[in-house]
Design a protein around this ligand. Structure first.
Ligand SMILES: [Zn+2]
Length: 120
């Protein structure tokens, strides 16, 4: 089983577990922080929940004090909220398929730039 040892990935996986656990059968598994299928949606729900629990055990999460023992997790917890969110959204992997890069076509000449007299 995959082990999560990165705090942002653990939160991303946790959001996926929550959204899928609360999903109404037959409806999409979306929430504000899980607006569509994420990179974790392919994992079976029970396995993903165990992976999140495994991270919390590895990181030494203390539910009562709401703190971690593991240094990496404490560093993440101390980041500004906006930076935490940026890393979590990145770990959710919504943009797994990079947009196709299309070579820019040569600009079409403006009619005003064409010397029509030359063609007469
Ligand atoms: Zn998901």
């Amino acid at each position: 089983m995959t082990v999560i040892d990165e705090p942002a990935a653990a939160v991303a996986a946790g959001r996926c577990v929550t959204a899928r656990s609360l999903a109404v059968p037959g409806r999409d598994r979306t929430m504000a922080n899980h607006p569509g299928p994420c990179a974790w949606c392919d994992y079976p729900l029970a396995d993903l929940a165990r992976m999140v629990d495994g991270f919390n055990a590895w990181a030494g999460w203390d539910e009562r004090r709401r703190t971690y023992d593991r240094h990496d997790a404490r560093v993440f917890q101390d980041l500004p909220r906006a930076e935490q969110e940026r890393r979590i959204v990145e770990a959710q992997g919504f943009d797994l398929v990079a947009p196709t890069v299309v070579e820019a076509a040569a600009p079409v000449a403006d009619l005003d730039d064409i010397d029509l007299e030359a063609w007469a």
